[in-house]
Design a protein around this ligand. Structure first.
Ligand SMILES: *Cc1c(COP(=O)(O)O)cnc(C)c1O
Length: 219
């Protein structure tokens, strides 16, 4: 199967309101270009240095999404160009993104990562921590970031019922915050679903799926 064929097959089956992030981490630029030439413009990477190298080499109409865990001291390397940061899980990180975005006169869109899995290894906020951030005066004073949605990763398991429960839980939190009127927080994106579980995620209300191996092959 070619990258182009995989991509077009997945894309044709996605509902219109669902955005496809092609997760290209560890893959060479030639693979990304194959997807680009097939029309893909949104790419997801999980390492800032690797994403920046690809950004430098590739066409400038690509939207780069950082989907991995972000270290505060590395935000500066992507502040000039990153389109959406999925894995934001602290006020401290939001403050750093805000600071670096200001240097480039930009407003950087962010998703807050929620902890929904039943695993020790996944990052993210619980609902109380989410509330604490959104309600804080510090957060509301940040003019160079905008929180436009939530992101989550389900447990790595074959148990479909459990994955579904976790996605539904995230969707419930998302819906409960959608009406918030905070100047730098308007939730419209729900980023959930990867190669193994994106169909279920869409059934549960995902509007953005992050798909890697089903497009580019295994890593
Ligand atoms: C790698 C990765 C994906 C894509 O995973 P696949 O199973 O290859 O589709 C999605 N989201 C995040 C956060 C990832 O790190």
């Amino acid at each position: 199967m070619s990258i182009k064929r995989n991509l077009l097959e997945i894309k044709s089956a996605l509902p219109e309101n669902v955005t496809l992030v092609a997760v290209s981490k560890t893959k060479p630029v030639s693979d990304l270009m194959e997807a680009y030439e097939a029309g893909q413009r949104v790419f997801g990477e999980n390492k800032i240095q690797e994403m920046t190298e690809k950004w430098e080499q590739m066409p400038k109409d690509i939207q780069w999404h950082m989907i991995g865990h972000v270290q505060t001291n590395k935000v500066k390397y992507m502040a000039e160009y990153v389109n959406l940061i999925h894995g934001v899980d602290s006020l401290k990180l939001l403050q750093e993104i805000n600071k670096q975005a200001a240097k480039h006169n930009r407003v950087i869109d962010c998703l807050l990562q929620m902890y929904i899995a039943n695993e020790e290894t996944k990052f993210g906020l619980d609902e109380n921590e989410l509330n604490d951030i959104l309600n804080s005066a510090e957060f509301q004073s940040l003019e160079n970031i905008k929180v436009i949605g939530l992101m989550g990763m389900a447990t790595f398991t074959d148990n479909q019922a459990q994955i579904k429960k976790e996605f539904q839980n995230l969707k419930t939190i998302f819906d409960s915050k959608k009406q918030l009127s905070i100047v730098n927080c308007q939730l419209s994106i729900l980023s959930m679903g990867m190669s193994g579980d994106y169909k279920l995620a869409i059934e549960c209300g995902s509007t953005m799926v992050r798909i890697g191996s089903s497009i580019f092959g295994g890593r």
